[in-house]
Design a protein around this ligand. Structure first.
Ligand code: NAP
Length: 309
């Protein structure tokens, strides 16, 4: 009977946090595996242009950056298996990860599963994805060339999406439930200079109007309750993110928003398990902050493997 192979570290999720952990772990000589369900990069791979990533003065597209990180990790000997993790036993020794491609074992696990878009929870929202409802301007914006689109939300994502879409669509209407954005002030000027962005303040989308595909949205004024219909070809929902923590519920402590409770050490409530990047409690979710977590997780894992906590 063949002996079970036990990795020093398995990293779940191949975004910038996950691959930074892989680079640090493999270069420290740890036997390292990345489990990634789709392709390297996570959310970052969907960004056409990342302008605040240091060292690329002209900006860099997320897909290219992800490929480079993966190749760098592989140069040090990290392996990637493309498989979706279906079940984990994180308290076990060694830890067990069941995937569609088989069962893997590891002494330590870094969870870098990221976060996905939050839905509005409206009737027919899921059915209309790809037929007028979208969550990613960088991915689906090009379908709306010369059309009218609504962007819902008031944070940095909504502001960035409205701006990106203003270069493609004929008209962008930003719908927000408050009377001002919470996005950084840096967006104010470009949003007002775009020329084709309108704002609907104090408004909530309460219904998606559609036949076969989306034809508009019903808005409700949050102060007066008055409802109006707004015709549009697409609605981009940019109302924040929700962490991919389904698989760890009941095993790890989560914060009140559902993120894995962990500070900058990335240590979770279980020894040998680390939370890296957008999936953990943190103030700023960016490529560089996810990468910092990847490095920290490996530092902590090395101490743990050496017999520490
Ligand atoms: P966010 O900052 O949490 O903002 C979410 C927005 O959606 C808020 O304006 C919120 O309204 C609204 N919202 C939430 N649920 C809603 C609902 N059910 N109906 C209507 N509106 C709803 O999320 P984000 O903009 O996706 O950003 C996530 C993180 O990524 C942030 O840390 C952000 O700074 C970062 N990010 C940074 C950049 C950048 O640096 N350029 C770009 C994108 C994202 P309220 O204001 O009423 O709460």
């Amino acid at each position: 009977m063949s002996k079970t192979h036990v990795y020093d570290m398995i990293i779940v999720g191949g975004g910038p946090g996950g691959y930074t952990a892989a680079i640090y772990a493999a270069s420290a000589g740890l036997d390292t595996l990345v489990l990634e369900k789709l392709s390297a990069g996570g959310q970052m791979a969907l960004s056409e242009e990342i302008n605040n990533y240091p060292g690329f003065e002209e900006g860099v597209d997320g897909y290219t950056l992800a490929e480079k990180m993966q190749r760098q990790a592989e140069r040090f000997g990290a392996r990637t298996v493309y498989a979706e993790v279906e079940r984990m036993e994180l308290a076990a020794e060694p830890k067990v990860l069941e995937t569609g491609e088989g069962v893997f074992h590891a002494r330590t696990v870094a969870l870098a599963t990221g976060a996905g878009p939050r839905e509005l929870g409206l009737a027919d929202e899921a059915e209309l994805v790809g037929r007028g409802v979208a969550y990613c301007a960088a991915c689906d914006g090009m379908r709306y060339r010369g059309k009218t689109v609504v962007v819902v939300g008031g944070g940095n994502s909504a502001a960035g999406d409205a701006l990106a879409l203003s270069r493609i669509a004929e008209k962008v209407i930003l719908v927000h439930r408050r009377d001002k954005l919470r996005a950084t002030k840096a967006y104010d000027r470009p949003l007002s200079q775009a020329g084709n962005i309108e704002f609907r303040w104090n408004s909530a989308v309460v219904e998606l109007l559609h036949g076969d595909k989306l034809s508009g949205v019903r808005l409700r004024d949050v102060n007066t309750g008055e409802e109006t219909e707004l015709a549009c070809d697409g609605v981009f929902i940019s109302v924040g993110r929700k962490p991919a923590t389904e698989l760890v519920k009941g095993q790890l402590e989560l914060d009140k928003n559902g993120y894995i409770a962990a500070d900058e050490t990335t240590k979770t409530s279980l020894p040998g398990v680390y939370a890296v990047g957008d999936v953990r409690t943190k103030a700023l979710r960016q490529v560089v902050t996810a990468m910092a977590d990847g490095a920290a997780a490996v530092h902590m894992a090395e101490e743990y493997l050496a017999g520490g906590e």
